[in-house]
Design a protein around this ligand. Structure first.
Ligand code: HEC
Length: 195
């Protein structure tokens, strides 16, 4: 009987310590999520406000303004449209770049022009946020939307909004960092809007 009680006690201790171990690894996971530079609820909330502002400005969504689609390059679509403007989001006004990414079988520029909805796969956006948002990367907010305004995610399931892939060697920031002019912009013609 005594032996049994001791055994029980031991297994209980093991159980309790296993649980507390679990709890501490949980809180570590939470902490590292909080430190994540993108895909947090703060980022996705902001991305929603940005999407709404883009819709109001007719830069995205139904009835959005159109340009002549041009031939694109990877990783953006085979055919692209790019816009830049000033935009106000949550009381902050900044320059915004919007790229519509078109892809699909037998895609041509004219087919896109005649049926944008069929080929639109993503709307990628760079919005210049308030000073200090991400000083190492020119304070850009990055987002990759689906045509309905929800967000694309990376292979790990992280939603693509915020300081996307900051510190990683692939993704929005690391690739755009290499753009000429030091402003992370490949289409430099309209960059004056910001200066
Ligand atoms: C491997 C490199 C690469 C990656 C990764 C990349 N881009 Fe780009 N991006 C480009 C290139 C090149 C252009 C210019 C394309 C063109 O217009 O022909 C561009 C253009 C843009 C533009 C228009 C403004 C500009 O710089 O000319 C936006 C907005 C944009 N990208 C957003 C994003 C977002 C958001 C992500 C991440 C989800 C992303 N990009 C990932 C290479 C990249």
């Amino acid at each position: 009987m005594k032996k049994l009680t001791t055994l029980l006690l031991i297994s209980l201790t093991v159980l309790v310590s296993a649980c507390s171990n679990n709890m501490s690894s949980d809180s570590v996971a939470k902490k590292s999520m909080m430190a994540m530079p993108f895909g947090t609820s703060m980022d996705t909330d902001y991305a929603q406000q940005l999407w709404q502002a883009l819709n109001n400005a007719k830069l995205a969504g139904n009835g959005a303004i159109e340009t002549v689609p041009y031939k694109g390059q990877p990783p953006h679509g085979a055919v692209l449209e790019t816009f830049s403007s000033k935009l106000s989001v949550a009381g902050h006004s900044g320059v915004v770049y919007v790229k519509r990414n078109y892809r699909g079988k037998d895609i041509t520029r004219s087919r896109v022009a005649n049926n944008r909805g069929k080929y639109l796969k993503a709307v990628t956006v760079m919005f210049k946020r308030e000073k200090g948002y991400d000083p190492e990367n020119k304070d850009w907010f990055w987002a990759k939307y689906k045509p309905d305004g929800s967000l694309h995610s990376n292979p790990k399931g992280m939603l693509l909004a915020g300081r996307v892939a900051k510190g990683m060697n692939m993704g929005c920031i690391s690739c755009h960092r290499a753009a000429p002019g030091g402003d992370y912009l490949f289409n430099n013609t309209a960059a004056q809007l910001d200066h």
